[in-house]
Ligand binder design. Sequence first.
Ligand SMILES: CC(=O)[C@@H](O)[C@H](O)COP(=O)(O)O
Ligand SMILES: NCC(=O)COP(=O)(O)O
Length: 250
Amino acid sequence: MTEFAGRLRLGVNIDHVATVRNARGSAYPDPLRAAKLAEEAGADGITAHLREDRRHISDADIEGLVERLTVPLNFEMAATDEMQKIALRHKPHAVCIVPEKREERTTEGGLEVAREENRLAHFIAPLREAGCRVSIFIAADPAQIEAAHRIGAEVIELHTGAYCDFHAEGDFAARDAELDRLSDMAAMAHDLGLEVHAGHGLTYDTVTPIAALPQVMELNIGHFLIGESIFRGLQPAIAEMRRLMDAARA
Ligand SMILES: CC(=O)[C@@H](O)[C@H](O)COP(=O)(O)O
Ligand SMILES: NCC(=O)COP(=O)(O)O
């Protein structure tokens, strides 16, 4: 394993605890309780996506996380004035800028940084000045990585959704080709001085090759872990993901 491949951090995304809560409009299950359990289970951070439509995580959830977490909060948000104001109010450890469409079921594709470099450079500047580590959620595309670097992002998070989807569909040739692209982009981003993260759709079956990429410093994983927690509990589900990540780096 390459000398810079240190301990790979796990960010647990708790969006879909809120999805279950919102299904009935109840107060339970509480995403903050899940976050605290994830902390105890060894999560290195918590990720939460405050969507414009609040379909899962709410403004109150973010306030509770900011007040109660003892590990870093990675606040996922669209590049809108509303979300920028919320981020500047809370000043989370990290902000990850993600593409968002109300009609989507989940994040589709990466942020088209190259298409709106000037706007995004001005958008992230106050977040960086506020001390937030700014990450850009992008597809494995060199133009997007170069643009993320030019606008001053410190981190890029590579979208692993296509890789995971190809695996689930049994299209292993396409999966392996996407994995090669992710590997090449991780190396390119690292060589530019960007910190490299990855996430979306990762499961026990797909995490190992991504965790083995030496430039990747953090994985953000949520939907699968929350689903798996129904059967084995949240902390054991996290522990197994942690075990697989560590084994990939051994
Ligand atoms: C950006 C990303 O891949 C996820 O972290 C994001 O939270 C997906 O949005 P949903 O959780 O609404 O699917
Ligand atoms: N940015 C990816 C993330 O936070 C979790 O994505 P998923 O595991 O819920 O698909």
